[in-house]
Design a protein. Sequence first.
Length: 172
Amino acid sequence: RKFADEYGISFEQYMETWTGAKFDQSVPPRYKRLGSEVALALPEGWDDHAEWTMGVGSDENPRCYACVLPEEEAGELVYPYMIWVYPSLMDRLSDLACQWVLAHEFAHIASKLRCGSIVIKGKPYTSVREGHYVEAPDKNIHEDAADKIALAWGFDREMQAFLIEDSAGTEG
């Protein structure tokens, strides 16, 4: 709202432009709405180090509800990330549970933990600058950090809904 006020446009106009820039056309309206709701609930500055967009991942045998991957071309000060949602799995969840999934993915970005982009002798390595790689943190470290950040942001109810629905394997 602050940005819209500063530039003399309505919040609705700002959100329409923002949504068009953040969400690929392939993203169903439900996930644009939920992604926007979650992103707007996050603390100011959570993504100062990053630029993110959301798209629909290939629904052929998805292994997760959503994931976030760094884009190959990283800037010096801002890292681009792509959040992929998988509607074939996400559609099974309530809005509340989907909000947990999305908050968790945004938290991966906020954690600033880099994930592996190449594998050498069975271990993931991540690029820290062009041509220089270091061993990536363990996957459990990434997941725990994202959960802790999303909970610190206040997504407790959403996590509870997700845990119930995910363990039941039914729509909530």
